[in-house]
Design a protein around this ligand. Structure first.
Ligand SMILES: [Zn+2]
Length: 461
């Protein structure tokens, strides 16, 4: 058949045509992918989840292969669009010392909110970041657009005080019951720069919360004690709520530092503090312990303070260790004197209770152990969480018999007194914290104070 005979010769040629065609196809694909290449990566981040008065936003751009061309960050609401920031990049020329160099990474940042754009309305905004990659002979200047939608809130959340008769003392504690609107994400009591955050009120209605709060020992201005609520856009409302404020100025005390005291406490603490700078005289090292190590210890306690349970774990007044005498009290401003010269000032923020040597130390109230071990200036220490941010610390112990996670009953032995850490003689240092801030323990040891100031405001179990 002719068709059969004819078919033989073209079959050989078509093989070459096919090969040529596939080479062209591969070439086109390679050309195309070169022209396309990877697109620039764009990410938009904001310091807050929503926009209010002022929210910092940043757009990050990257194109590591060929470099960025032009980048922009825009703000859009309704039919209004403004350019917040913009930048163009050029590839370094053939005769430049940085020949062929390009910009692989860049960022644009701006402030978004009523303080920067007074035309913003409640609702929503779109942040739009655009990146053009650097165009070249083999590359197109491809654009990538990324958008982030954010809520705009301009009114602070609703805040209402529900509890009455707030009598507070400088360095003391208290409870305030409040109701907040749906948009509130943080609320509680501010005492100066210290914020005590609220918890959901057990058995309360919608939006009802309460805050167990600390009044800092050095706060003297009652106008600085306020209820507050804040939304995720940073809109904040504050109101006064204290009916009576009792000043309680710190007591003054003078402590002589003897060589025998320094020789006892310094090497013991230095050897157990990782990274401690043990250079200089014993006094130099003591001052580092009393300063830097004290601050690091308080920071460690602040971390432990977050490990609290949303429950009243305690019952009744806190108990003072039996058969003890109060030696030093809360908020004593100590002046440290060495060989007749003033060398340091610190504030003592606990209650020092002295008994016999190695006397059993009971838990002042029921709770859960959140720390046990070496705690620098406090020596061997135990911290018990009593719930809702209230904690007690037992310092300078010769030994302890509980571990983290142990549930302890009021009066249960947790260790023995001693003189570890910064202690001259055998005693217990009892310190009470509200959300990591030291408060006067005497209030918590007083059942009348608890009845009048706590039990009248929240229903204790
Ligand atoms: Zn003490």
């Amino acid at each position: 058949m002719p068709s059969y005979a004819l078919g033989k010769a073209p079959r050989g040629r078509s093989r070459w045509v096919l090969l040529l065609l596939s080479l062209v196809a591969v070439g086109l694909l390679a050309w195309g992918s070169l022209r396309r290449g990877p697109s620039p990566a764009v990410v938009i981040e904001s310091a807050r989840p929503a926009v209010g008065s002022s929210t910092r936003v940043v757009a990050r751009f990257s194109e590591p292969l060929g470099g960025l061309g032009r980048i922009t960050l825009e703000l859009i609401q309704g039919d209004r669009a403004v350019t917040l920031a913009e930048q163009r990049f050029a590839r370094a020329g053939a005769f430049s010392p940085t020949r062929g160099r390009f910009t692989a990474n860049a960022e644009l940042s701006a402030t978004v909110g009523r303080s920067a754009q007074d035309w913003l309305k409640e609702g929503e905004v779109i942040l739009r970041a655009t990146a053009d990659r650097m165009a070249g002979p083999l590359r197109s200047g491809l654009s990538v657009v990324v958008e982030k939608r954010m809520a705009v809130r301009l009114r602070p959340p609703h805040l209402e005080l529900l509890s009455k008769q707030h009598y507070v003392r400088q360095g003391g504690s208290g409870i305030a019951v409040l109701r907040v609107g749906d948009s509130a994400v943080r609320s509680g009591v501010r005492g100066g720069t210290v914020e005590s955050l609220s918890f959901v009120l057990p058995g309360g209605g919608p939006g009802e919360r309460f805050a167990l709060f600390a009044i800092p020992w050095d706060l003297t201005d009652v106008n600085q004690v306020r209820l507050f609520a804040e939304d995720d856009a940073g809109n904040r409302v504050e109101m006064p709520f204290v009916n009576l404020f009792k000043p309680s100025p710190p007591r003054m005390d003078r402590l002589e530092l003897s060589d025998s005291f320094l020789a006892k406490v310094v090497p013991a603490i230095a050897s157990q503090t990782p990274g401690f700078d043990a250079s200089g005289s014993l006094l130099d090292q003591y001052l580092r312990i009393n300063g830097d190590v004290r601050r690091a210890t308080l920071a460690a306690i602040a971390k432990v303070a977050a490990d609290t349970q949303p429950a009243f774990l305690w019952r009744g007044a806190f108990a003072q260790m039996p058969n003890t005498q109060r030696r030093a009290s809360f908020a004593e401003n100590r002046t440290y004197v060495y060989q007749g010269k003033v060398v340091d000032h610190q504030t003592h923020l606990g209650l020092d209770l002295a008994s016999t040597e190695h006397a059993p130390v009971p838990a002042a109230n029921a709770g859960r152990v959140v720390f046990s071990g070496w705690l620098a200036i406090y020596g061997n220490a135990v911290i018990i969480d009593h719930g809702y941010g209230l904690m007690s610390l037992y310092g300078h112990m010769s030994s302890f018999s509980v571990k983290v996670g142990d549930v302890v009953a009021k009066g249960q032995q947790i260790g023995n007194s001693g003189s570890t850490g910064l202690a001259g003689g055998d005693h217990l240092h009892l310190e009470i914290f509200v959300q990591g801030k030291s408060v006067d323990p005497l209030e918590w040891l007083d059942e009348h104070w608890i009845r009048d100031n706590i039990a009248t405001k929240v229903k204790l179990p």
